[in-house]
Design a protein around this ligand. Structure first.
Ligand code: BGC
Length: 804
């Protein structure tokens, strides 16, 4: 059997607001570039050293939200098409050399890197010693402005320690980059940009424009590089170097021992997708021309971070709070107010690398509940991204002979299915068919997110104009996918894959997909029931409009009722079965496998390389059935199963949790979040271990190599939400904010500021003895807060304390 232990404990960053690294470690470079990346919701730029190139150790990637390119590749003799988040032109290139020396290309003699989470500033201190023994102290600070999302800035201070003389500085914009950040994808087309103009203006502005090779997209950068000493502009001699895909400048100036020279590189980035700009080149030139100096840029930027942190204040007295903030930091760098008008979803790996090609999965399920109570407008923007792709989802359903909306497992620019058709097992070197697109449960995640947003915000208008249509169309999809099985007198949903991707077919069948995945079916039943509720809560004539527009008649609604009550839910050995027939699978010889392989997270690859398949075994990659207990309270699961005609007491939760926990290898970072959540109800110590494990996810790259390819955003957000909703027991049901705190013993107090139903100052404080909700003064209506079954009213300016 697998064990229920979380993996080894890891140190959290010791500082609550800083992430710091000492020295240069080639093996760790990729992780640092990702964890110290700077971004603002419009773009994210990895923390690569400005003098570095993509060389297998460094990877200076910058990614713009929603900027994808489509390309064809030949894999294993087959032609496949992929849409990739583009690695954009490199804005960073910056280096220097003392007179007659060689250009600094790294590594430096000493290195320190420090990310200030509070202000969003990345600082690097280094000592550079050249081959003639000339020592130069280098301090670099960089930001991706949260105040002006099109601006990136790099300030470099150089202090010659033991030399004086001519100093040369080289600053460039480099469009000759491609997507090579993920080794596994290197057999695929990685060239996504073609040069589309470059130049150096008389006033010193550099510019570069590129076009996407296979998509109608242009990206433009303009840069201004200025040198000063203590604020006084420095005389420089400038030489421009412009060739296809590159715009560079070399500045020559006089440097003196001990006297700092400061160089500010400010870069504006625009694309043809940006609203309200006209031509990107003009916009970039104008912005960079008008941009203030670095100190002012940092002031404005830091002010925005102060606002962001006060909106998502989270305090807890334990040593992992710095990591929780790091996770929030990267969430707000990936999705912010600057993402709202870009028509973008939440990419599973952030905008921090090229893993999963920047695609959007179901992972927003782990993010939106957090945003609903902090930045509901961001949650709405994510849902609008899905709404704009509703027609694509409808077409996908029609293409397989079903109705309603079938959302893609992987989504990118236009909402078509972007899952790969083949994936490579690096252990065996084989290309294998990929059936992950059968994870139709992603549509239920969209519907769940819509409904939870409505619950958290009470926003009927959003539901009526945008959300409802998605819930109804996903319900319609499930109803059309459900097939009546007269043998059982129940409906079945066949040929799907559940969240556990290790099982994509029965070992005894040639057909991909499984039947009656419990998670899929219970969620389908929930969606059908909520779709009926949605119709009930819609304002009168909007309801009629939608019913007419979608041609929903009584007969179809009756069928929704019927299917929602009579979907088949498989059980075996007193637990919910992951899917129908699960009990026929073999037990894996866990102890033998544990002896042979120190890490079983990619058990699927191990088995395939041995000529076997994970499909044969009762072994899961990640929480599947247990997702139900993550999304719903024990009571809600009980009610859902009752609706489906099954009795489900607390024993079912306990047995089912234990059963799958023993058979799960946590091959997805999402798994630790779900287990931490579910186990609060039965084993708080185990929950805490999983929480620590989820916190460690990217910080120590628990998957051994994946963090360098991008953050795991769902797991990052999930850890914050564990503090926000799980350990405080916060739930919103029927217009009431319920509390049922379950603090782990290692945390004595959690304090949060939330936004709830128009209130911008709801403070929730939970400690060992009390839970207190306070409302700031405001003209808003009172709210209802529930504790131990009874709701109370809390008015603006009031506090309500409950004794635990
Ligand atoms: C997980 C999925 C997840 C995807 C993107 C996969 O490894 O199995 O559940 O959506 O990663 O994060």
């Amino acid at each position: 059997m697998s064990d229920s232990r979380a993996r080894p404990q890891v140190p959290a960053p010791s500082h609550p607001w800083r992430l710091a690294y000492e020295g240069f470690d080639p093996a760790e470079e990729g992780i640092r570039e990702v964890l110290c990346a700077v971004g603002n919701g419009y773009l994210v730029s990895r923390a690569a050293a400005p003098e570095s190139r993509a060389d297998g150790i460094h990877y200076p990637g910058t990614y713009l939200a929603g900027c994808y390119d489509r390309a064809v590749s030949v894999v294993d003799g087959r032609t496949v098409e992929n849409e990739d988040l583009i690695n954009c032109p490199n804005w960073l290139p910056f280096t220097f050399r003392p007179e007659e020396g060689t250009w600094f290309t790294g590594p430096a003699a000493t290195e320190q890197l420090e990310l200030d989470l509070r202000r969003g500033v990345l600082t690097r201190h280094a000592l550079v010693v050249d081959d003639q023994g000339r020592r130069t102290r280098l301090t670099q600070r960089r930001i991706a402005s949260q105040a002006q999302p099109h601006l990136l800035a790099l300030e470099t201070e150089l202090v010659p320690e033991n030399w004086s003389g001519r100093l040369e500085i080289r600053s460039a914009l480099d469009g000759n980059v491609s997507n090579t950040g993920v080794a596994r994808y290197r057999g695929l087309t990685g060239r996504h940009l073609v040069p589309d103009g470059q130049g150096a203006d008389a006033d010193g502005t550099l510019w570069l424009q590129v076009a996407a090779a296979g998509s109608p997209l242009r990206i433009t950068l303009a840069a201004r590089t200025l040198a000063h000493r203590g604020g006084a502009p420095l005389a420089t001699i400038r030489t421009d170097e412009v060739r296809e895909g590159l715009a560079a400048q070399v500045f020559v100036l006089a440097a003196e021992q001990g006297s700092p020279v400061t160089v500010e590189k400010t870069v504006a980035v625009f694309t043809s997708r940006d609203p309200a700009i006209g031509a990107p080149l003009r916009a970039a030139r104008t912005l960079v021309e008008q941009a203030p100096d670095f100190a002012r840029l940092v002031r404005d930027h830091a002010l925005r971070w102060t606002e962001l942190w006060s909106r998502c204040r989270i305090d807890a007295d334990f040593d992992g709070i710095g990591t929780v903030r790091l996770h929030l930091f990267h969430l707000l760098q990936t999705y912010s107010e600057h993402s709202v008008d870009l028509d973008v979803g939440i990419p599973a790996r952030g905008l921090h690398g090229e893993a999963y090609r920047g695609h959007v999965f179901w992972d927003e399920l782990f993010v939106l509940q957090l945003l609903n109570l902090r930045f509901p407008e961001l949650a709405r923007a994510v849902l609008r991204y899905r709404h704009r792709r509703l027609d694509a989802a409808r077409q996908a359903a029609r293409a397989v002979g079903l109705s309603g909306a079938m959302y893609p497992w992987q989504s990118a620019s236009d909402g078509r299915e972007e899952s790969q058709q083949l994936h490579r097992n690096p252990l065996s070197g084989r290309w294998l068919p990929d059936h992950s697109h059968l994870q139709h449960h992603v549509g239920s995640a969209v519907a769940y997110n819509v409904w939870q947003h409505y619950q958290a915000t009470g926003d009927v208008d959003f539901l009526a104009t945008t959300g409802a249509e998605m819930v109804l169309e996903v319900a319609r999809f499930w109803s059309s996918a459900a097939v009546y099985d007269p043998r059982r007198g129940r409906y079945s949903i066949r040929g799907v894959v559940g969240p556990d991707e290790y099982h994509d077919a029965y070992p005894w069948s040639d057909r991909p997909g499984l039947d009656d995945n419990a998670y899929t079916n219970v969620l389908a039943s929930w969606v059908l029931a909520r779709a009926l509720d949605t119709i009930d809560v819609l304002p009168g004539y909007r309801r009629d409009e939608l019913l007419e527009r979608l041609a929903l008649d009584r007969g179809e609604l009756d069928r929704w009722q019927e299917v929602s009550r009579r979907l088949h839910i498989p059980f075996h050995d007193g637990v919910l079965s992951q899917f129908d027939g699960y009990e026929r699978l073999a037990e894996l010889d866990w102890s033998a496998y544990r002896r042979r392989y120190p890490d079983l997270r990619r058990l699927d690859r191990i088995l395939e390389a041995e000529g076997d398949t994970a499909n044969r075994y009762k072994a899961s990659k990640q929480a599947d059935v247990l997702m139900l207990f993550y999304l719903f309270s024990a009571r809600e699961v009980r009610d859902l199963l009752r609706r489906l005609g099954h009795r489900a007491g607390p024993e079912l939760l306990r047995r089912t949790t234990g059963y799958y926990l023993r058979r799960t290898v946590h091959g997805s970072t999402l798994s630790a979040v779900v287990h931490a959540w579910v186990l609060t109800r039965s084993d708080r110590r185990a929950s805490w271990r999983f929480f620590r494990d989820a916190l460690a996810g990217d910080l120590v790259d628990v998957q051994g190599g994946t963090t360098a390819e991008g953050i795991h955003l769902g797991a990052m957000a999930g850890t914050v939400d564990l503090l926000q909703r799980c350990y405080t027991g916060l739930e919103i049901r029927r217009d009431t904010l319920w509390l049922a705190p379950r603090l782990p013993s290692a945390i004595g107090r959690v304090e949060l500021d939330l936004r709830y139903r128009g209130h911008w100052g709801v403070t929730l404080c939970v400690d060992r003895r009390t839970a207190t909700v306070s409302l700031r003064e405001s003209p808003q209506a009172p709210i209802r807060v529930g504790f131990r079954g009874s709701p109370t009213t809390v008015r603006p300016g009031e506090s309500q304390r409950f004794s635990l």
